[in-house]
Design a protein around this ligand. Structure first.
Ligand code: GTP
Ligand code: MG
Length: 359
């Protein structure tokens, strides 16, 4: 599962991407018009940490999110170009970085700092792209339907007309009222405005700890379906990342910041992708595995190994809190809280699972 990072030039995309993934790509004006970068972030999960403290395993493996830092394309006039939309089409979700920091060394696009304007600018480009794709397909459909009757094509035309209406009204497809079936029909178009969107405001150092979204100008942007919103100060996060844990905690206390914005950002990304985690535990490894909400046990087994899926006998399941409370899987069995589940059991977020299989 991949999240594409987009935004106007010099809003801090690469800076944030480096912090999220531990990559060390060049940033700022000196980076020039870059190419895109890929990297992986570990999803912070207190549940896994606590399970790991119980088992002291050789290895602890968290869930991950893959980020792709997609630079704006250059144009003939200067740095600020069109968004690199072709590359974003294959992403599962988008993260738009909006500049709210002052920095005299790097001029902001549009000549001033205005994150709401920049979001509108970005969303407009996504809508325009989608509208072009819809119109082209509708033209084609009209021609084909004039030649022959086809219930499938007629159904597609109907859904696309609704999409066009939404787009013309300035509504993204993620906010259009589309059924599961409609969405399945639309999958091949890889519409950009249909993808879940994480709005990230890159705060000024002076604004650390503040919530920019209380400003009424954000109304209508953040309270939409499949949209997440969070604020972060990339500079502060960079400093915290370089500090010892004690010093970082002290600085955060001084600034009145309760949690690590970067951690929250990764967790929000994970949620936006529609992912949940189940755990496997043991002396060798404690590990978080990613599945979509609603995944049956037999498919969850397949995420670990196809052999386990093929030879699935049953799943032994206990919620993570119960395992911590009892102290071991054996103790859970004694207490009667370890459940035996079959192939169709829907795995829940935070389940600790031991699969019995036979190959
Ligand atoms: N003061 C301040 N500067 C920042 C912050 N975040 C990023 N910068 C600076 O802004 C400049 C641009 O950052 P980048 O991360 O390269 O921006 P970008 O969006 O990747 O830029 P392009 O890829 O060229 O579009 C760099 O010089 C960063 O050091 C911030 O929170 N505060
Ligand atoms: Mg960049």
């Amino acid at each position: 599962m991949e999240i594409g990072i987009l935004g106007r030039s010099l809003c801090g995309k690469t800076t944030l991407f480096n912090l999220l993934t531990g990559n060390e790509e060049a940033t700022g004006l000196a980076a020039g018009q870059g190419r895109s970068h890929q990297g992986i972030a570990r999803v912070p999960d207190e549940r896994l940490e606590r399970l790991s403290a119980l088992y002291s395993p050789k290895k602890t493996t968290p869930a991950t999110v893959r980020y792709v830092d997609v630079p704006a394309l250059p144009d003939e006039h200067g740095r600020e170009g069109a968004l690199n939309l072709a590359e974003l089409r294959t992403m599962d979700a988008l993260m738009v970085v909006l500049r709210a920091f002052e920095n005299p060394e790097v001029p902001p696009p549009g000549g001033s700092i205005d994150p709401v304007r920049d979001l509108a600018h970005t969303e407009e480009e996504l809508l325009l792209q989608d509208q072009m794709v819809v119109e082209k397909r509708l033209d084609r459909l009209a021609r084909d339907l004039a030649k022959r009757r086809s219930p499938e094509l007629a159904a597609e035309q109907k859904v696309l007309q609704r999409c066009l209406e939404a787009l013309e009204e300035g509504r993204p497809l993620r906010a259009a009222d589309l059924s599961e079936e409609d969405q399945k029909l639309l999958r091949g178009f890889t519409f950009l405005s249909l993808k879940p969107l994480l709005i990230v405001v890159n705060l000024d150092e002076d604004e650390v700890g503040s919530n920019p979204f209380t400003n009424p100008r954000w109304a209508g942007w953040i309270d939409r379906p499949k949209v997440g919103a969070t604020a972060v100060c990339a500079t502060l996060e960079g400093e915290l990342a370089r500090m010892e844990a004690d010093d970082a905690a002290e600085l955060m206390a001084d600034l009145g910041v309760a949690d690590r914005a970067l951690d929250r950002l990764i967790q929000d990304s994970y949620r936006l992708l529609g992912l949940i985690s189940f755990f496997t535990v043991g002396e060798d490894e404690c590990r978080a595995w990613s599945i979509r909400r609603g995944t049956p046990a037999v498919e969850a087994a397949g995420v670990i190994h196809t052999d386990i899926q093929r030879g699935f006998i049953r799943a032994e399941v206990v919620p993570w809190e119960e395992l911590l409370d009892a102290g071991s899987m054996a103790a859970c069995r004694q207490r009667g809280t370890l459940r035996l589940e079959g192939k169709t059991y829907t795995v829940r977020d935070g389940d600790v699972v031991h699969f019995r299989f036979n190959v």
